[in-house]
Design a protein around this ligand. Structure first.
Ligand SMILES: Cc1ncc(COP(=O)(O)O)c(C=O)c1O
Length: 380
């Protein structure tokens, strides 16, 4: 008899509990099986309390939230929008949906997020050219906030609105303030791999009531208030299902536990192989507390004795998922003609970086297994 392969360890799988199940069944039994209903309303209210922002609209994805945010800021063809280069493609895709052009900014090594110094340089130079960008999208990567003090101050000086792509940062803080409470609007994702999930889903939040109301209208096919179907604007089918909002409410209740388990996982890995030469962890900027969504490492092969790809393949051989860090947008074939300021910092992250299994339901025994393989890879 051949031995069964070990159970696959995923990067960040969903982690559900009894409350989510009960709320989902409650939604099912109520027959509010639609992108509207009491759980959608309650999820929006409860999410506002978590993020400390007065208005929210629950949507079908973080991508939809970004699209609507740019639409409501009036981004259109011919405009430029500044975007963190080190991110998932969606952040830049949303700019393309509007017919606008992304301009990429490299990361700083302190938080891995948009470098505020490069942002200042880009805005200075765009002001001289009399082509100030229509918006700036700042990403809170891997659950760590960007340096909002500097970002907001610079953007205010040039009158450019900020959209916070907090897709990965539910539960993170910057100087004690929750991620998502900065800028003109912020967007979140509840995709299956996020710290809390609704399978797929998103949220747009803002302290501007009018903006959120307009987003709600556009996300609901832009139906005018009439007994018949009448439309004065182009709408979208972007609302979150009541079933999924019920799951989201259950997930919000355990968000604090999830953040503390993610932090434990980060610290576990640090203890397990942080002493190895050539391995470093995503730095934690002194200004905030991340949600530690994914534990990310950088591997210097000259000192470690193996590359990040060697580690990834060694883990894969044992049925364990890990992933290279995001490939920066300025290296993506689809954005090859876009401008970039800086670039070498995020290129280094992509070359040497790896995201490790960080699921909150992982046991310490499973974490030991992962850590053991990484230690051995260095010896190989
Ligand atoms: C930084 C970032 N922005 C946006 C998104 C898009 O969110 P969604 O998958 O919910 O559309 C994601 C992840 O999925 C992300 O990681």
């Amino acid at each position: 008899m051949t031995a069964l392969p070990p159970k696959r360890i995923y990067l960040s799988p969903p982690h559900m509990g009894q409350a989510e199940r009960e709320l989902l069944l409650d939604a099912f039994d109520s027959n509010w099986i639609a992108p509207i209903g009491p759980h959608v309303d309650a999820f929006e209210r409860e999410f506002c309390e978590t993020v400390g922002v007065p208005y929210a609209v629950a949507l079908s994805s973080g991508t939809a939230a970004l699209h609507l945010a740019l639409l409501l800021l009036g981004v259109g063809p011919g405009d430029e929008v500044i975007v963190s280069s080190f991110t998932f493609a969606t952040t830049a895709n949303a700019v393309m949906y509007m017919g606008a052009t992304p301009v990429f900014i490299d990361s700083d090594p302190i938080s891995w997020n948009m470098d505020p110094g490069l942002l200042r340089e880009e805005l200075e130079s765009s002001a001289k050219r009399r082509k100030v960008p229509k918006a700036v999208i700042v990403v809170d990567l891997y659950g760590q906030c960007a340096d909002y003090g500097q970002v907001i101050e610079t953007c205010e000086r040039y009158g450019v609105p900020v959209v916070e792509d907090a897709a990965e940062a539910v539960g993170s803080t910057y100087k004690g303030r929750p991620a998502g409470s900065f800028g003109a609007a912020a967007t979140f994702s509840f995709n299956g791999n996020k710290i809390i999930t609704t399978s797929g889903g998103g949220m747009l939040v803002s302290s501007d009531a009018g903006m959120v109301e307009r987003a709600r209208h556009l996300a609901t096919q832009a139906k005018d208030p009439a007994p018949h179907y009448q439309h004065s604007a182009i709408g979208y089918n972007y609302r979150m299902s009541n079933l999924l909002a019920a799951v989201g409410r259950g997930q919000l209740r355990v968000l604090k536990d999830r953040v503390s388990r993610k932090r434990e996982i980060f610290q576990f890995y640090q203890r397990a192989f942080g002493d190895l030469p050539g391995v470093s962890f995503m730095p934690i900027a002194s200004y905030g507390e991340p949600n530690y969504w994914l534990t990310c490492i950088l591997v210097d092969p000259a000192h470690f004795g193996a590359t990040r790809e060697d580690i990834r393949l060694a883990l894969e051989k044992e049925n364990i998922e890990s992933r290279p860090l995001w490939k920066p947008m300025h290296l993506q074939p689809v954005f090859k003609d876009c401008r970039v300021r800086g670039g070498s910092v995020s290129e280094g992250f992509f070359r040497d970086g790896l995201c490790l299994p960080s699921g909150t339901a992982l046991t310490d025994v499973e974490l030991e297994r992962v850590a053991g393989i990484i230690r051995d890879a260095g010896r190989g």
